[in-house]
Ligand binder design. Structure first.
Ligand SMILES: *Cc1c(COP(=O)(O)O)cnc(C)c1O
Length: 368
């Protein structure tokens, strides 16, 4: 079986984990947590970082740290993970959805401005699969209309937009360290900002909003703390980020080479004029006139013991949101087509050249 993802834990992970056990520091109070936060903040170039229990938790913290209120609107892509829309909805905020560019898979930045109303308070940008959002025009719009930017950089640790690290562009930016992300802590996330007040809110929300009067609360937060054990793995992973980034791109280039003669699929863009693909996952789409659906191709790859994942199911089609009366009139056809025709193939850091060849050969048999 070639799994869709398998992490690589070949650095100091074991050594630092042993340190946790030898010292007895396993909770969130241990020293690796702030070491990991400081390391990430420095690497990305941000002032403040708050480690937390997942990327989804980080999104919830980000939304609440910005003090968005019931009835506010936030513009975001429809083609993303549920977490992005979920924590707007559960906080009473209305997501306003934008369709995808079919080639970059990212939100159509040119569609944002038309969606702005007097209630719009923020734009959530989400870098998808390997290429970044075109950030500069978003910053321009945000300035013009006095909007905040939330940046979901979960899939882009180490990636750059015009030579600046992703995770640098939001009033609040977030990462996930789930096991398929570039650096992992098993489960984990982080909230980054340059604003001291937002940072203090993030740290409070992460820890049940305890006050200096310990058990007296003026606001409701969460237990979203990251453990020292998770952070120990994170510190070891961060030490290897240069290698990880190179390996990701190497996997992408190998697939590009092996798959270049496959006529029925579109390969991912190698670059745009603002970034080079980092291939967080190797995402392909079936050509429009090809008779098989992504579901069929995924099932045939599974029969050959090759793991895949479908693309995101667009937010405006989610049964749960439709049941709540949301997005019923949205027409965002590119994202729907991406779901029908897209899939991603094994892309984990432990992938070998032989496995990449095997996956490619299987694709030639199934898709030609
Ligand atoms: C993985 C991911 C998340 C969620 O992270 P978890 O740690 O799994 O909660 C959020 N946004 C994007 C774009 C992701 O890829």
């Amino acid at each position: 079986m070639i799994p869709v993802n398998s992490p690589l834990l070949t650095g100091n992970e074991k050594k630092y984990l042993k340190e946790c056990i030898d010292t007895g520091w396993i909770s969130s109070e241990g020293p690796f947590v702030s070491r990991f936060e400081d390391g990430v903040a420095k690497y990305i170039g941000r002032k403040y970082a708050t480690a937390c229990s997942s990327g989804s938790a980080a999104i919830n913290i980000a939304v609440r740290a910005l003090e968005l209120e019931k009835g506010d609107e936030v513009i975001m892509p429809t083609f993303t993970i549920i977490s992005c829309a979920q924590f707007l909805v559960t906080n009473g905020i209305k997501p306003v959805l934008v369709d995808s560019n079919y080639e970059t898979l990212n939100m159509k930045v040119e569609d944002i401005e038309a969606k702005i109303t007097s209630k719009t308070k923020a734009i959530m940008i989400v870098h998808i699969f390997g290429l970044t959002v075109d950030v500069d025009p978003v910053i321009e719009i945000a300035k013009k209309y006095n909007l905040k930017i939330i940046e979901d950089a979960a899939e882009m640790f180490g990636q750059e937009y015009k030579k600046q690290k992703c995770g640098k562009f939001g009033d609040v930016s977030i990462f996930s360290f789930y096991s398929n992300k570039h650096i992992t802590t098993g489960e984990g996330g982080m909230v980054l900002t340059d604003n001291k007040y937002i940072d203090s809110r993030a740290k409070s929300l992460r820890n049940l909003c305890f006050t200096s009067d310990r058990f007296v609360h003026t606001e409701l937060g969460y237990n979203y703390r990251m453990t020292n054990v998770q952070a120990a793995i994170g510190v070891a992973q961060l030490e290897q980020i240069d290698f990880i980034e190179k390996k990701k791109r190497w996997i992408g280039y190998k697939y590009n080479h092996f798959l270049e003669n496959l006529k029925n699929i579109n390969l991912p863009l190698v670059k745009t004029n603002y970034c080079e693909n980092i291939y967080w996952v190797y995402a392909i789409t079936l050509k429009d006139n090809y008779f098989k659906t992504a579901k069929q191709v995924m099932s045939e790859l599974k029969d050959k013991n090759i793991g895949t994942r479908p693309f995101f199911y667009p937010m405006h089609k989610q049964p749960i949101f439709n049941k709540m009366g949301l997005f019923l009139d949205d027409k965002l056809p590119n994202s729907e087509k991406l779901y029908q025709q897209g899939l991603y193939i094994p892309s984990g850091l432990a992938l070998t050249e032989i496995e990449i060849k095997e996956v490619s050969l299987a694709l030639y048999k199934i898709v030609n």
